[in-house]
Design a binder for this molecule. Sequence first.
Ligand code: ZN
Ligand code: ZN
Length: 280
Amino acid sequence: MKIYEDRKIVLLTKHGKESVIKPILENKTGCELVTDSRFDTDRLGSFSREVKRRKSQLETARLKIKKGMRRAKTDMGIASEGSFGLHPIVPIPWNVELVLLYDKRDKFEIYGVHESSDTNFDHKIIRSLEEAFEFAEKAGFPEHYLIIRPENAKSRHIIKDINSFEKLRVAFDLCKKRSKSGNVFIETDMRAYANPTRMKNIEKATQDLLEKLLIFCPVCGAPGFTVKESVKGLPCEICGTPGDMTLKHVLECHRCNHRHEELHPKGKAAQAEYCHHCNP
Ligand SMILES: [Zn+2]
Ligand SMILES: [Zn+2]
């Protein structure tokens, strides 16, 4: 018997995310995944900036689950929410995918994450069709769709779902004619169905979620017995001063509150090069 054999889990998406989430979730938990594609999830924030996402990634995922459960009359939901930008330290494009599962009956929430530089996330101001084709080639077009508009990122004349060279040519000409400056704004489409690279990252975040979910509490058997907190302070290999690296993981059960500490999950000492004392 799998853990959710008698459960219905709702997924709110109009961007085809069920194609990667459904097989993994149903296969590993025995649940039935129901998809609701009629609600416009872009109302909670869109990548092409027509609607700004007001809440954090996690909060937005929670909101999608809440709406989904209400619409489908289920007591369980799953949601995926992505973000794109630059890596916090190195200036490379960075995609963070989060997949959240909520069980209202057990008041239990767990999420999987996948962070990756594997993304075509990009935009550019161009002036010629040749530049449009250049951008398209770099973006993995036409499998990865493009979005285009006149002038700049703020223009309301947006053309989406460009997935052929003919459509790209027509859209470019239209935007060029509409543009007073002659500039055209081109960007990658980050919606899941329009971006196979992102879809793969959502799949990996779903796998991460399932790996965490299928670890059971040794005391009561509840699923999702996972790291609740990471405590810093791994001592330096030379001087023994506690540093910024992880000293221990604290695992905690959401049902019976059983706690387990995992000392030294990443080695017993930190290299001296990371020590504020030995290598200031
Ligand atoms: Zn427990
Ligand atoms: Zn040291």
